[in-house]
Design a protein around this ligand. Sequence first.
Ligand code: SAH
Length: 343
Amino acid sequence: MFNPPLYQAFQAKGALSIDEYFRLAMYHPEHGYYAQHIPIGQDADYVTSPEISQVFGELIGLWCIDTWQKLGSPSKIALVELGPGRGTLMRDLLRVSNLVPAFAKALSIHLIEASALLKQIQSKKIYPITPTWHYDLTSLPDLPCLIIANEFFDALPHKQYQTYQGQWFERMVTLNDHELIWTLAPDPTDLDIPVKEGSFTEVPQEGSQILHQLSTHLSRNTGACLIIDYGTSAHPWYGDTFQALHHHKKCSPLASPGTCDLTFHVNFHHLEQQFHQKKIHVEPVVSQAHFLKSLGIEHRTAQLQHMPQAALASYRLISAQHMGQLFKVLGASSPHISLLGFA
Ligand code: SAH
């Protein structure tokens, strides 16, 4: 059988909600995707912006220096990364931090990572700097903070709902004759989204919990946060973006749980709302192209002429055909400071 804990869960419950299915497929300590796979890299399932170009992490490093200065150059600041992957963004960011020694000296590094395999890679990548790993944001130190999350919120469990006869029903997965198939919960769910026949919607259930921790931490300690991901600001949001990637190719999210990477598009409207509820200032969400261009990607790329791939890599980050438009950037701060990259 494909995945023993999933099989047992289907035996016990009949059907699983999408977030339950996602958790077992991705996070099970023995059979989950993260326990067995290193997801990011040319020879893995997908690549991310920091793996495409060093310029990505460097520009975020400049953003951090600027934000630290706008926060009054505190003598201690926690630099927090959610889901640091192979640690590449952090390595490139830390290289740039040395341009301003007082900033580099103020930093303590905090990483929030679910994968034991990736923790080992992160540790080697940023050596000799020693980070502190956390399970979630509740154990972060009470210090001013800079929080970075690139392609993190897309990797969290979501719930999905589907319309059926004028009502929303939670979408579920069940096992039918050795094959996984979609089904619906027996009872309807009340959602704050108008019913549109034949449509889906998604609720970032775990992302909301993490954002609650994040905004609580920001408002208590002061600081700023940068969330970069693929997604939409459309509201209300209708769509089914649950997808699986295996060796850079899309496949059905039900095809092979535990061996494919599973993700959803991020609902930026939802993130903004949550910050607003905590009275945290949010800059208008911009495209990745807008953000990186206003931080000077073209100028930095021109300096790297000796590296033959640099121009093509930067093009992938900002062109509309690649990551430039689908990827969005949200900046939030408490107290309100004017963050670089959004004007
Ligand atoms: N930011 C990196 C990696 C993005 S992939 C980059 O840009 O390359 C998603 C990352 O989030 C991985 O490091 C993954 O292990 C981590 N992750 C996924 N779910 C998580 C969770 N619930 N808690 C902490 N880390 C998680």
